[in-house]
Each structure stands twice: as structure tokens, then as C-alpha cells.
Design a protein around this ligand. Structure first.
Ligand SMILES: CCC[C@@H]1OC(=O)[C@@H](C)C[C@H](C)CCCCC(=O)CCC[C@@H](CC)/C=C/C=C(\COC)CC[C@@H](O)[C@@H](O)C[C@H](O)CNC1=O
Length: 157
């Protein structure tokens, strides 16, 4: 069980380290090509959620984030033992939520830097915490599907 909180801690440290580098080593708006026409490291800030929705609604974000963290910890305790995939997925969501929560509390905005052109030209700039959230959500869906299949197979046997 403890291993999931360790995973979350490592992702949070990576998230905060990358954000610290962006804040201390780059000017706002500065963009460094990592892979030309594909991936740029751009210093960006967002006072909202994905796609900049709900700009400045910090109390709403605090509320949602605390609820997300509460649910995730509850489900890690519930399913962490029986499913490593579910536990890891939940740990990634926990890390992402906490990573952006730290920014929202101390900076009152979220630091973003991952600027890609693969998803079409207007894909918003994101950060390690967002990626961890998105991967975690996808893995939770995967773990649920696998669990359903296992239950179905079990009931047929
Ligand atoms: C990823 C959730 C966003 C993250 O939610 C959080 O913090 C959680 C813990 C708290 C939110 C207040 C609640 C979730 C709102 C739901 C939401 O937003 C719909 C998400 C759809 C998702 C499909 C799964 C798309 C993905 C998009 C992006 C991520 O691409 C990898 C672009 C990220 C850029 O707009 C970047 O500027 C965002 C900035 O970093 C602040 N980040 C947040 O608000």
C-alpha cells in the first residue's frame, strides 16, 4: 500500500522540480524548442483548469481538489491491495491533483510548460501534474474494464 504513496511523492517532486526550473530559469512566455515543430518548453501560467476554463475560481478548484484527493485516498485503501494497476492509477491522480494544488495555494496560478503541436495547433500547454492526472484517469478506466472482464469470466466458470 505504501508503495502507491511513494509513487505519488516521486511524481509530485518531479512536477514541482520542473515547475521550479520554469519559474526560476525562464522568462514568462519564453519558448525553447525541444523538438522543432513538435515539442517546445514554454513558460506559461494558467489561473484556470484545462483549456483555461474558470479563470481565477480558486475556491472552486480547492473544493474540487480536496474532494478528488479524499476519494482517491479512500479508493487506494479499498482497491490498492487487490489491484496494483488501480493503486498505481489512483497514485498518479493523487500526485497530479496535489501537484496543481500546491501551485494554486502558493502561486495562485498553475505553472505550465509542455507545449506540443501533435494534438493540433491549439492544444493547451500543460505540466507533469496534468499528464499524471490524464494517465491516471485512463489507467483507472483500464483497471475497471479489466476488473469487469475478470468478474464476468469468474461468474461464467
Ligand atoms: C488534466 C486536468 C486539468 C487539471 O485538473 C486539475 O488540476 C484537477 C485536480 C482539478 C480541476 C480543478 C478539476 C478538473 C477539471 C476537469 C478538467 O479540467 C477537464 C480535463 C479534461 C482532460 C481530459 C482527461 C483534458 C486535458 C487537458 C489538459 C491536460 O493535458 C495533459 C490541458 C491542461 C492545460 O489547460 C493546463 O493549462 C491546465 C493547468 O495545468 C491546470 N490543470 C488542471 O486544472
Amino acid at each position: 500500500m505504501f508503495v502507491y504513496y511513494l509513487i505519488a511523492l516521486v511524481v509530485i517532486l518531479l512536477d514541482q522540480l520542473t515547475k521550479w526550473i520554469v519559474v526560476t530559469q525562464m522568462e514568462l512566455g519564453q519558448s525553447i524548442p525541444v523538438i522543432e515543430n513538435f515539442l517546445y518548453w514554454t513558460s506559461h501560467r494558467n489561473q484556470g483548469a484545462a483549456w483555461g476554463i474558470l479563470q481565477g475560481q480558486m475556491w472552486f478548484f480547492y473544493l474540487i481538489t480536496v474532494v478528488v484527493i479524499g476519494f482517491v485516498i479512500y479508493y487506494i485503501q479499498q482497491y490498492g491491495k487487490e489491484s496494483r494497476l488501480a493503486g498505481t492509477a489512483l497514485a498518479l491522480i493523487l500526485a497530479g491533483a496535489i501537484g496543481n494544488f500546491i501551485d494554486r495555494i502558493f502561486r495562485r496560478e498553475v505553472v505550465d510548460f509542455a507545449d506540443t503541436l501533435i494534438f493540433g495547433y491549439d492544444f493547451p500547454i500543460f505540466n507533469v501534474a496534468d499528464s499524471s492526472l490524464v494517465v491516471g484517469v485512463i489507467l483507472v478506466m483500464l483497471a475497471t474494464i479489466i476488473d469487469e472482464q475478470r468478474k464476468k469470466k469468474g461468474s461464467l466458470e
